[in-house]
Design a protein around this ligand. Structure first.
Ligand code: GRF
Length: 201
């Protein structure tokens, strides 16, 4: 059984897709906490609607990024968390945090990594003029959107696309692959060999 925390800063649609999958597929996952770093983030209301314990840890209450990371890690460990899903969490976790939960932090990114890491990935894809984009679920390492890739899904980029329309098309796929990746992790089906993630039958 995984003791999962979902970290989110915004709308929380991926958080909802994870929570629904855990219930629907009866995954061996206990969602221990939803944590945000933004006051009034919509994901908090959604967590409440779903009956999940939610918490807000604000960076402004700490003196440095390291201090925030340590407080967050301490908080999560206190709650018994062993696995973390980042779902639009607007904060770059530092090396110390990442090494404390190595191989136990997942992230979803709205591009086909390694293309377009960082902010506004859909805008980057449109500006570059790619014909295909998509989304990636990966393990988190010390870099920016750079950890071993678990699952990816593609979507076409249309000439008529706006950032909004492309983001919407990608989001549909995000809601498919993130729960699938969590399920694979929970069922012990992911084996990591360096950068390669093997999915066991
Ligand atoms: C998603 O596009 C995700 O890929 C990115 O942040 C966005 C979060 O959206 N990391 P939501 O809050 O899950 O709706």
């Amino acid at each position: 059984m995984l003791n999962l925390a979902i970290l989110a800063s915004g709308r929380g649609s991926n958080m909802v897709s994870l929570v629904e999958a855990v219930k629907k597929k009866d995954l061996p996952v206990k969602i221990v906490a939803v944590v945000t770093n933004k006051t009034g983030a919509p994901c908090l209301d959604k967590a409440e609607d779903l009956g999940l314990p939610s918490y807000c840890l604000l960076p402004k209450d700490y003196n440095s990024r390291l201090e925030y990371d340590r407080a967050l890690a301490g908080f999560l460990l206190e709650k018994g968390v062993d696995t973390i899903c980042l779902a639009g969490f607007m904060w770059l976790l530092g090396a110390e945090f990442v090494s404390g939960f190595r191989g136990r932090i997942l992230n979803i990114h709205p591009s086909l990594l390694p293309a377009f890491p960082g902010l506004e990935a859909q805008k980057q894809a449109l500006s570059y003029g790619v014909k295909i984009s998509g989304c990636t679920v990966h393990f988190v390492d010390e870099g920016l959107d750079s950890g071993p890739i678990i699952l990816q899904e593609t979507v076409p980029v249309l000439t008529s696309d706006t950032v909004e329309s492309l983001s919407e098309r990608i989001l549909i796929k995000e809601h498919e692959i993130y729960p699938r990746a969590l399920g694979l992790l929970a069922l012990g089906k992911l084996k990591v060999f360096g950068r390669q993630v093997e999915i066991m039958k």
